[in-house]
Design a binder for this molecule. Structure first.
Ligand SMILES: Cc1cc2nc3c(=O)[nH]c(=O)nc-3n(C[C@H](O)[C@H](O)[C@H](O)COP(=O)(O)OP(=O)(O)OC[C@H]3O[C@@H](n4cnc5c(N)ncnc54)[C@H](O)[C@@H]3O)c2cc1C
Length: 195
């Protein structure tokens, strides 16, 4: 019986039909030879995707993506750890390889070289991305966005601190005594964009 278990893959394992590679439960590669630790080196490299000719698809993809990216930087920690900073930096470099519009990705790679991701704080990351988006806007002859309006534009109702908030305003959201309509320290009513 034990040998049968040895011979057969875990119940939810599957063989990737194109490559024949064996994936374990959750789609995570089990064999270290299939997914070596050095895979992190893939963060830097050439653009992977082909040109995206369809202008409508390109614009729709762009709008959805900018929404994701801005929301992400506006929820990035106020005071990130080195690991969190590395994660954001790697994310943008991987993104610049894998963005499904190849020609956009190629230009974005140039922008990343000129303006490397700023990861020291939420404010730094959010305003950096805003400036980079404005560079793309400039290239496409679109209006420059006022980066002072980031909080109002990307109010996701997520209940987190706006870009200008200080770390002292972060509270224990599991504390049921906490009145979320007011700042705990100052008693001031919460501004639009979160606590
Ligand atoms: C990384 C990336 C690179 C791209 N490169 C190209 C390219 O090379 N060629 C191409 O044709 N298209 C490119 N696009 C798509 C392009 O940027 C637009 O998304 C698309 O043209 C639709 O434009 P839009 O006018 O609807 O507004 P978008 O630029 O998509 O912006 C969406 C909304 O974000 C807000 N916004 C605008 N500027 C900013 C800012 N600076 N900061 C924060 N919020 C802002 C506005 O409310 C706007 O309505 C790229 C998209 C991405 C994500």
């Amino acid at each position: 019986m034990a040998s049968v278990a040895m011979l057969h893959a875990p119940s939810r394992a599957y063989v990737e039909p194109w490559t024949g590679e064996l994936f374990g439960e959750g789609g995570v590669e089990q064999d270290p030879h299939v997914y070596p630790a050095s895979a992190a080196s893939g963060v830097h490299g050439e653009v992977i995707m082909a040109k995206l000719g369809n202008a409508t698809a390109k614009a729709e993809l762009g709008r959805a993506t900018w929404k994701l990216l801005h929301t992400m930087t506006l929820r990035f920690p106020e005071t990130p750890t080195q690991d969190e900073r590395d994660a954001l930096n790697s994310y943008f470099h991987l993104f610049s390889r894998l963005y499904p519009c190849g020609e956009c990705a190629a230009d974005f790679q140039k922008l990343l070289k000129k303006f490397p991701p700023q990861t020291s704080s939420r404010r730094a990351a959010a305003t950096w991305l805003c400036a980079v988006h404005n560079e793309v806007n400039k290239k496409l002859h679109k209006f420059e966005f006022d980066c002072a309006n980031l909080d109002a534009t990307y109010d996701c109702g997520c209940g987190d601190a706006p870009v200008g908030a200080t770390s002292s305003s972060t509270s224990d959201f599991m504390d049921l005594e906490f009145d979320i309509s007011k700042d705990r320290d100052t008693g001031v009513k919460m501004i639009k964009g979160g606590r």
